[in-house]
Design a binder for this molecule. Structure first.
Ligand code: SAH
Length: 431
């Protein structure tokens, strides 16, 4: 869309939601586009409500794996497989600390029965279909095939002083957000806890082998993923129990990967009851809310789950998360040209956040990443800057997120299995 910006909104309804900020003639009111005016039609269910898929379609379950089990269950499973329980601890060490599932490398286990034991506890879960690199090897996108042929992606990013892995929690997504490629493709199924954890283990293996960044550089020794963001495919809180089992395994120092909880970010469209449940867990992960609009009128269309839980309810739940955990929450806001990037919306967002207190939140605007067939574009740089400036001026710490991986369709909202991915996957035998 390249039309020049008229001085007043074309949508009178929007003006009602920003009282005092967008009177006719105010220059910041700007042009208003909405998903429907851009040709997107929201899929509706039989009752006429926006289509949301919460239940995972029934498919064959992935094999049970060490990382699906609690430490006690692992001991039981080892005994079932005919070995003494203490062997569980050895297998945990191989898998979570040395990132291997290969029985041949586990020479501290008795040779007799070793293959059967490992086949029973560490069945293959992710088959690598392909790997795309950008940023001189500092960003890598993996395409994985699951046991039933479902495809998921993860993106590994080296930054100065940290290594972040963006993981998927579902194959596809049922939340139907119009600007997100994953959301448009629908939900294939929930991932198991072990399928989630295995993405981290495989990334750690690649790092240990010197595969992230220039292999000639020294300093890979002992390096591993330091930060995890649940911002790949899927809505993590719609797969709550498995995501939490995965998180527990990631943070477990004795029986898991041993990461710090604050390095793990759970991002959600705003499933309020699940946010409340997360608040009561004793794991202070970083919490991120994908808000994208401060007014229900627009958010109803941008984030269809807003038909269930409104902006104010989602913000109240986010604030309660801060109160209980002491962890500052993030608000994600994809800036979409003429859709949600108006100055009055920055002001309204600041007002709603400030109304809930100081120091509990920061805002992370993300310039919209292009998705296949989408007519929406990211905001102009001066509009982005103005949006950020207004929030900061109102006392809300706000930093534009640098998104990585656009060149390899690996950035936020771009993860979707394409026909080309499917063809590539068809040539790879499933493990
Ligand atoms: N379902 C979760 C996590 C996955 S998406 C959630 O919605 O929070 C991770 C982030 O990328 C979310 O904030 C999402 O809104 C954002 N996103 C989706 N599509 C995008 C796009 N095309 N450009 C930029 N960000 C996008």
């Amino acid at each position: 869309m390249t039309e020049s910006t008229p001085a007043r909104p074309t949508d009178t309804a929007v003006r009602r939601t920003g009282p005092g900020r967008s009177e006719p003639g105010r220059s910041e009111a700007g042009r208003q586009v909405r998903p429907a005016t851009e040709g997107w039609s929201q899929k509706k269910d039989a009752e006429g409500r926006p289509m949301l898929q919460f239940a995972s379609p029934k498919r064959g379950k992935p094999p049970v794996h060490l990382a699906d089990l609690t430490p006690e269950q692992r001991v039981e499973k080892v005994k079932e497989l005919g070995m003494p329980g203490f062997r569980a601890k050895q297998i945990e060490k191989h898998y979570f600390r040395h990132f291997t599932s290969d029985a041949a490398e586990m020479t501290d286990l008795p040779a007799a029965g070793r293959d059967e034991l490992i086949a029973g506890l560490l069945p293959p879960l992710l088959t690598e279909v392909r790997r795309l690199e950008t940023d001189r090897g500092d960003t890598i996108k993996f395409l994985w095939k699951l046991h039933d042929g479902a495809l998921v992606e993860s993106v590994l990013m080296r930054y100065t002083g940290r290594i972040t892995l963006c993981v998927s929690s579902q194959a596809g997504c049922g939340m139907n957000c119009p600007f997100c490629a994953t959301g448009q493709a629908g939900l294939t199924r929930n991932m198991s806890a072990a399928e989630i954890v295995e993405q981290v283990v495989r990334a750690n293996r690649l790092i240990a082998d010197g595969g992230l960044g220039d292999p000639r550089k020294v300093g890979h020794e002992g390096e591993r993923v330091t930060n995890i963001v649940f911002m790949g495919m899927g809505e993590p809180l719609a797969n709550y129990a498995r995501v939490m089992q995965a998180v527990r395994t990631m943070v477990d120092k004795d029986h898991g990967i041993g990461m710090s909880a604050r390095g793990i970010t759970v991002s959600t469209v705003g499933l309020v009851p699940a946010i409340q449940k997360l608040t009561k867990e004793d794991i202070p992960v970083t919490f991120a809310l994908s808000l994208h609009a401060p007014d229900d009128q627009l958010r109803d269309e941008l984030i269809p789950v807003n038909s269930r839980w409104k902006v104010d309810e989602a913000l109240d739940a986010a604030r309660a998360y801060f109160d209980t955990t002491g962890r500052r929450v993030s608000i994600e806001y994809a800036l979409i040209k003429d859709m949600n990037d108006h100055a009055w919306r920055a002001d309204l967002l600041a007002e709603k956040l400030n109304a809930r207190g100081k120091g509990w939140v920061h805002v992370n605007p993300i310039p919209l990443n292009p998705t296949p067939g989408s007519i929406w574009t990211s905001s102009e740089p001066d509009v982005q800057n103005e949006f950020v400036r207004r929030l900061n001026e109102a006392g809300i710490p706000t930093t534009l997120r640098d998104t990585r991986g656009k060149e390899i369709d690996g950035a936020c909202g771009q993860l979707v299995a394409t026909e080309d991915d499917q063809r590539a996957a068809d040539t790879v035998p499933t493990a």
